[in-house]
Design a protein around this ligand. Structure first.
Ligand code: MRU
Length: 340
């Protein structure tokens, strides 16, 4: 089993340490957060990003809120924590793991004899459950890849994006442990999760990777170098439609054209059982300054940018969804609901 060297989040006992992913790969710096507002801001500004990592961070944000309010107000502390949970819920809209984690924390908070220790136990469990799910998905996904020639991945789905090990990147680690094979990573414009995070993270663990421009994906597939695309997810609808980093849908269309198989790897905390299809997923739009060259950011500029940061891949373009509860081949509502 690959030893992990990268950790996005560390709980100190009194604070949450967050690796500032905006600074990678040049600078590896942890910032300490001691209240829920700070954690919400770290999520919004993408110091911590990736669906499961966002959920875990929010869980510890609730713990920090409880620490702050419990001693100050032993009668009204629950309402104060609930208000902080509303702030955390507004930090990013697309990854359902955020809301799944907040629901779990809300249940812990509602226990009759709840204390901050109850919430801490819940947050720690969300974290350790995610790591366990990743290892399980790593093995299940690797089982599907026997004889694979090469893999293309998109965005960052590794230890940086999760509690540890990773979803799509966890499968890549697991299959690489069994049999080294070529790994390609898309740059993942505009935020460059692939260029700044994925190839860095793989290199930390001694796994070689080849970076490509997003626009080179079709030509890579045409060359025959890859027979699988493997990605993570931010929200999966009950019919298997999958929201993930912008550019995922293009890759799925290209994969179909070239006879390349397409795998989505995500824990069941990423499945939104309440929605029937991907049309109901809120797609985050981020500020145009994350895309536009600075010279266009002037008053009266005629140039603007459209910057959706996720897209939805229809289930019929997906060969397999891998979760910790099992694999759904050629996903349909029946198959996905069998995991519930
Ligand atoms: O905007 P980001 O970097 O938070 O987007 C991350 C992704 O789209 C990942 O693919 C997804 O969250 C899965 S991470 C295991």
């Amino acid at each position: 089993m690959t030893e992990l060297t990268v950790q996005a989040l560390q709980w100190t006992g009194t604070a949450l340490k967050v690796l500032d992913q905006r600074q990678l790969p040049d600078t590896c710096r942890y910032d300490e957060y001691t209240d829920a507002n700070g954690v919400a801001e770290a999520i919004t500004t993408m110091r911590v990003r990736g669906a499961p990592a966002i959920g875990i961070a929010a869980g510890f944000g609730v713990v920090l809120s409880a620490y702050q309010h419990y001693s100050a107000n032993t009668d009204g502390w629950r309402q104060a924590v609930q208000a902080d949970m509303e702030v955390l819920a507004k930090s990013r809209p697309t990854a359902v793991n955020l809301f799944t984690a907040l629901d779990q924390m809300a249940s812990a908070l509602a226990e009759t004899d709840a204390t901050p220790a109850t919430l801490l136990a819940c947050a720690k469990k969300i974290h350790t459950d995610d790591i366990a799910a990743n290892y399980k998905m790593g093995e299940l996904g690797a089982d599907l890849l026997t004889g694979a020639k090469g893999i293309l991945t998109h965005c960052n789905t590794g230890a940086l994006a999760t509690g540890g090990y990773g979803t799509a990147l966890g499968v890549i680690r697991s299959v690489y442990d069994r049999q080294p094979l070529p790994i390609y990573a898309d740059e993942t414009r505009p935020w460059l999760q692939g260029a700044r995070l994925t190839v860095w993270e793989l290199a930390q663990d001694g796994i070689p990777a080849t970076l490509i421009a997003d626009s080179a994906a079709a030509w890579l597939m045409k060359s025959g170098a890859v027979d699988w695309v493997i990605v993570g997810a931010d929200r999966i609808a009950a019919n298997g439609d999958t929201a993930n980093k912008i550019g995922t849908y293009s890759l799925a269309v290209l994969a179909k054209q070239h006879g390349v198989k397409f795998m989505v790897v995500a824990p069941t905390t990423t499945i939104d059982w309440a929605i029937d299809n991907g049309g109901q997923i809120a797609i985050e739009q981020r500020h145009q300054n994350e895309l536009l060259p600075a010279c266009y950011l002037t008053e009266g500029s005629l140039v603007s940018a459209w910057n959706p940061v996720f897209d939805v891949t229809p289930a019929d373009l997906i060969s397999a969804i891998v979760t910790e509860r099992g694999v759904v081949l050629n996903p349909s509502e029946h198959g996905v609901r069998s995991l519930q």
